[in-house]
Design a protein around this ligand. Structure first.
Ligand code: FCB
Length: 781
C-alpha cells in the first residue's frame, strides 16, 4: 500500500500533564497547587500516580517513541520553594526508569500550569520572585533526572497560564486583571530564560519552551488563505497575533517584544516590571520549539467591540465563529493551518527545530461492547498529519509529533466531560480501554507514515456474503443472541475473524433497534434566512462529531408530517431536532408523544413542554431600542419581518416595551425577510413620517434594505437617520456605513442544541436554553 511517509527518526508519541492525570494530590507530601484550589472537580483524575506502570505498558504496546509528561511543582516543592520533597522526585524517578526500560524517551515539561498554591499566596506569577523560584525548581528536578532525561521543556503554553489564569480568570488561580496578566506573561518568559540557564549549566543539551501558536486570520481567510485584507482587518489580525503568539515567540527567539505590543502593555499597568537585561535572559538559545496546535484564531476589525479579557488590548476586534466542522469542544477543525504555522515558523526562524508537542481532539465517544470506534478522532489526527507532512516536504524542520493525549483526563475548567484520549478511561473503575484511534496510531507509528487510504472496515454485508447467511443473522450472532444454530454461529464467527470485522452500531441496531440516526426536521427555509442554515450546519457537524448519523427531513406538507411521525414511531431515528414551523402546528407535540427525544431550534409558536434553544430576541430588541433612545432619537420606526415568525413577534415585543417606557408609540411597517421588502418598508416609513429619525429593523437584511431607502431619499445615516439591524453580524459588517446590530451567538446555539439532544438521549431531564444577545455599535447609529 502506498503511504505518506515521514523522515527517518521522526519521533512519534503522546503528551500528558501532571494535574490532568496523576491524581494522588496529597500523596507523599505533595502540596496543593492553584488548580487543587480552583477546580470544582474531584482530583483523582486517572490515578496515574498509582497506575503509571500500566500506562507505560500501554504506550509501549502502541509503539510510542517518546512520552511528554509534566512534573508537578508542588510535589517537588510543597511550599513552593525551600526544602525539596524527595518522595515527590522518587515518583518521576520511577516513571523515567520505566519509560527507558520500555524504550520510550522521556520528555519532561517543568510547568504545565500547576503552580504551588504557596507561591500564589505570596503573589503568584505577577510577582517577579516566582521566576527565580521556578529556576530553582528546574535545577532540583534536573539534579535528580538529568542523567536520564535528555529533552526538557520549560513552560507549557504560557499564554494560557497568564491570560486565562490572571486575565479572564477562567483558569486557576482565577484572577481578573489585565495588568497582572501581562506581568505574569513577562515573569513566565523570565522563568523560561532563568530555567534554561540553570538546566544548561547543569549539562542539559536539549531545552525549549512549548507555545500554543494559533494562526490568526479573518473568516474569509479560513476558506481562502491568500485572501487580501482591508487595512483595518490586517491591523486586527496583526494585533491579535502580537498578543497571542509574538508576545512569546519574539522575546524568546529574538530578544525583544513586538514593537506594537509595548504600548499596549504600558497602558495596562506600565512597563516597570520589565527590567534592563531581562530580554537577554529570556532569549537563551532554544534547541527545540514545542508547538501546540488545535485551531486558528478567527478575527475581524469591529470598531465598537470592547476588549476580550483574555486579550487585553483587543478593543475593536471581533472574535468570530466560522461555519466549519468543529470538535465537541466547538473548536473549528482547520488542518491546513498546521502547515501554515509550521511553514511560518520555519521561514521566520530558519534553523530552529520544531516539534508538534500537542494536537488532538475532543469528540463524544460511544463505548460499545466491541470497542470505541472514534473515527472522527482518527480523521482529525490523520488530516493534521497530512498537513504536517506537507510542511515537512516544504522544508519545515519538524522532528516529531505528540498526540494530545494518551488518556481521557481532567480537562481543566471543563472537568471530565472532554474526551481527548487515545485511551478511554472509565472514571468509576479507572479501567483503560484502547479506542480505535490508539490502534490506528500504533499502525501509523509502525509504518512511520499514513496509508494512502484508510483501510475500509469490512461491513456486515461482506461478512454475510462470506458466511453465506443473511445480514440479520450476522447481526444476531455478533450480538450474542441465542436463536442461532451452532453451525451458523461457527460459520459467521469464522468469517468475522478472517475479515477482521468489527461489528458496528448499524449491526447491533438490527437487534437492539437503536439506530444512531438523528432526524433534523426543517420547515421550508424562508428566502433570506441564512442564519438558520448556519446553525443547522453547526448542529449537524457537532452531532456527527458525536458519532450520530444525520437524516434531513423536510416538514412542508401534512403528508410529510405524517411520514416523520411514523418514522419516529417505528424508531427509525433515536432523536429529533426540529425547527418548529412558524404557524401554530402540532408536529412537535405529535413527535414528543412518540417518546423519541426531541429538541427544538427556536421557541415554538405554541407553548410546549418540549425543550428548545433560542436567543433572547425580546431582550436584544429592547437593548437596540434603548440604544436609539439614548442617542436622542424619538421618532423610531420598526421594520417587522413576517409576523408569523416567533422571533419577529418577540423582537417587536421588546421594541414596544422600550418605547412604552419612554412614553412613545411604535411606528410599524411590515416586510418579509428579503432586502427588497426591507427597502420597501423603509420607503413607506420615511414617506409616512418625514420627521423619522431612526429605524429598527427586525433583521440585518431588512436593515440593509432600509439603508438603501434612506440613500434614495437623500437621508444621511446616521446624521439624519439612525439604523439598527438584528442577527446577521457578517452582513452588517459589510455595509457602508457599518450597521449597528444585535449579535446572536450562532455556534453557541448549535452547541447548546447538540448538548440538549445528547442529554435527552441519555434520558436526562432537560430544560430550554435562552442565550443572551449583544448589541454591536457601529457607524449607522
Ligand atoms: C492545551 C493544554 C492541554 C489540554 C489541551 C486540550 O491547551 O496544553 O493541557 O488542555 O489544550
Amino acid at each position: 500500500m502506498s503511504t505518506t511517509s515521514f523522515p527517518e527518526g521522526f519521533v512519534w508519541g503522546v503528551s500528558t500533564s501532571a494535574f490532568q492525570i496523576e491524581g494522588a494530590t496529597s500523596a507523599d507530601g505533595r502540596g496543593p497547587s492553584v488548580w487543587d484550589v480552583f477546580s470544582a472537580d474531584r482530583a483523582e483524575a486517572c490515578d496515574h500516580y498509582h497506575r503509571h506502570s500500566e500506562d507505560v505498558r500501554l504506550m509501549k504496546d502502541l509503539g510510542m517513541a517518546a512520552y511528554r509528561f509534566s512534573v508537578s511543582w508542588p510535589r517537588i516543592f510543597p511550599e513552593g520553594s525551600g526544602k525539596v520533597n524527595e518522595a515527590g522526585l522518587d515518583f518521576y524517578d520511577r516513571l523515567v526508569d520505566e519509560l527507558l526500560a520500555a524504550g520510550i524517551a522521556p520528555y519532561a515539561t517543568l510547568y504545565h500550569w500547576d503552580l504551588p498554591q504557596a507561591l500564589e499566596m505570596i503573589g503568584g506569577w505577577p510577582v517577579r520572585d516566582t521566576a527565580r523560584r521556578f529556576a530553582d525548581y528546574a535545577a532540583a528536578v534536573h539534579d535528580r533526572l538529568g542523567d536520564r532525561v535528555d529533552t526538557w521543556f520549560t513552560l507549557n503554553e504560557p499564554w494560557v497560564a497568564a491570560f486565562l489564569g490572571y486575565g479572564s480568570g477562567v483558569h486557576a488561580p482565577g484572577r481578573k486583571s489585565a495588568a497582572d496578566a501581562f506581568r505574569s506573561a513577562h515573569h513566565m518568559l523570565l522563568a523560561h530564560g532563568l530555567a534554561t540557564q540553570a538546566l544548561r549549566s547543569a549539562g542539559a543539551t536539549r531545552v525549549g519552551p512549548v507555545l500554543n501558536i494559533s494562526p490568526v486570520m479573518t473568516p474569509a481567510q479560513v476558506s481562502e488563505l491568500g485572501r487580501e485584507l482591508s487595512e483595518e482587518d490586517a491591523e486586527a489580525v496583526a494585533r491579535i497575533d502580537a498578543l497571542a503568539n509574538r508576545q512569546f515567540l519574539e522575546p524568546m527567539l529574538r530578544g525583544s517584544y513586538p514593537a506594537e505590543l509595548l504600548p499596549i502593555i504600558e497602558r495596562h499597568g506600565g512597563l516597570e516590571h520589565i527590567h534592563d537585561g531581562d530580554l537577554d535572559t529570556i532569549a537563551q538559545p532554544v534547541d527545540l520549539l514545542g508547538v501546540n496546535y488545535y485551531t486558528p484564531l478567527v478575527v475581524q476589525a469591529q470598531p465598537s467591540e470592547t476588549a476580550d479579557p483574555a486579550f487585553p488590548g483587543s478593543a475593536g476586534v471581533l472574535f468570530c465563529t466560522v461555519p466549519t466542522a468543529v470538535t465537541a469542544m466547538g473548536w473549528p477543525i482547520v488542518p491546513n493551518c498546521l502547515s501554515l504555522l509550521l511553514g511560518r515558523l520555519s521561514r521566520e526562524y530558519p534553523g530552529l527545530d520544531l516539534m508538534v508537542t500537542e494536537n488532538g481532539a475532543d469528540f463524544v465517544d460511544t463505548v460499545t461492547a466491541d470497542g470505541i470506534h472514534d473515527v472522527d478522532r482518527i480523521s482529525f489526527i490523520e488530516e493534521h498529519l497530512r498537513a504536517l507532512s506537507s510542511a515537512v516536504a516544504d522544508g519545515a524542520r519538524v522532528r516529531g509529533y505528540l498526540v494530545w493525549t494518551l488518556l481521557d483526563n481532567l480537562e481543566w475548567s471543563d472537568g471530565y466531560q472532554r474526551k481527548f484520549g487515545l485511551v478511554h478511561v472509565d472514571f468509576a473503575t479507572q479501567r483503560r480501554r484502547l479506542k480505535d484511534s490508539a490502534l490506528w496510531y500504533r499502525d501509523v507509528i509502525r509504518r512511520n507514515g499514513l496509508a494512502e487510504t484508510r483501510p475500509k472496515r469490512p461491513t456486515l454485508e461482506t461478512v454475510a456474503a462470506r458466511a453465506g447467511v443473511s445480514r440479520a443473522t450476522v447481526s444476531r450472532v455478533v450480538n450474542g443472541e441465542a436463536a442461532v444454530s451452532a453451525d451458523v454461529r461457527t460459520a459467521v464467527m469464522r468469517a468475522v475473524k478472517e475479515l477482521g470485522y468489527v461489528p458496528n452500531a448499524a449491526a447491533r441496531s438490527l437487534v437492539t433497534r437503536r439506530t444512531n440516526a438523528i432526524a433534523l426536521v426543517l420547515s421550508v427555509p424562508r428566502q433570506g434566512d441564512s442564519l438558520t442554515a448556519a446553525v443547522v450546519q453547526y448542529v449537524t457537524s457537532m452531532l456527527e462529531g458525536a458519532g450520530k448519523q444525520i437524516t434531513l427531513m423536510l416538514a412542508d406538507t401534512a403528508e410529510s408530517h405524517r411520514r416523520i411521525v411514523q418514522q419516529a414511531e417505528a424508531r427509525l431515528v433515536d432523536g429529533v431536532v426540529l425547527l418548529p414551523p412558524d404557524r401554530s402546528d402540532t408536529l412537535a407535540e405529535r413527535l414528543s408523544r412518540t417518546g423519541v427525544p426531541i429538541v427544538l431550534l427556536g421557541k415554538p409558536a405554541v407553548t410546549s413542554l418540549v425543550p428548545y434553544v433560542d436567543v433572547d430576541n425580546a431582550g436584544g430588541a429592547e437593548t437596540a431600542t434603548q440604544h436609539l433612545l439614548a442617542r436622542g432619537r424619538r421618532r423610531i420606526g420598526m421594520i417587522c419581518g413576517p409576523m408569523d415568525l416567533v422571533s419577529v413577534q418577540d423582537r417587536l415585543a421588546g421594541h414596544r416595551a422600550a418605547l412604552h417606557r419612554a412614553g412613545l408609540q411604535p411606528l410599524l411597517a411590515l416586510a418579509d425577510l428579503t432586502r427588497a421588502s426591507g427597502a420597501a418598508a423603509g420607503r413607506q416609513l420615511l414617506g409616512d413620517d418625514p420627521g423619522l429619525d431612526a429605524i429598527f429593523a427586525a433583521t440585518d437584511q431588512l436593515a440593509i434594505g432600509a439603508l438603501q431607502a434612506a440613500r434614495e431619499a437623500g437621508r444621511r445615516v446616521p446624521e439624519d437617520l439612525a439604523i439598527v439591524g438584528f442577527d446577521d453580524i457578517d452582513a452588517a459588517s459589510a455595509t457602508t456605513p457599518g450597521l449597528t446590530t444585535v449579535r446572536v451567538p450562532l455556534a453557541d446555539q448549535a452547541l447548546a442544541l447538540a448538548r440538549l439532544l445528547l442529554s435527552r438521549l441519555e434520558g436526562r431531564h432537560t430544560t430550554s436554553v435562552v442565550l443572551p444577545t449583544r448589541l454591536v455599535v457601529r457607524e449607522s447609529t
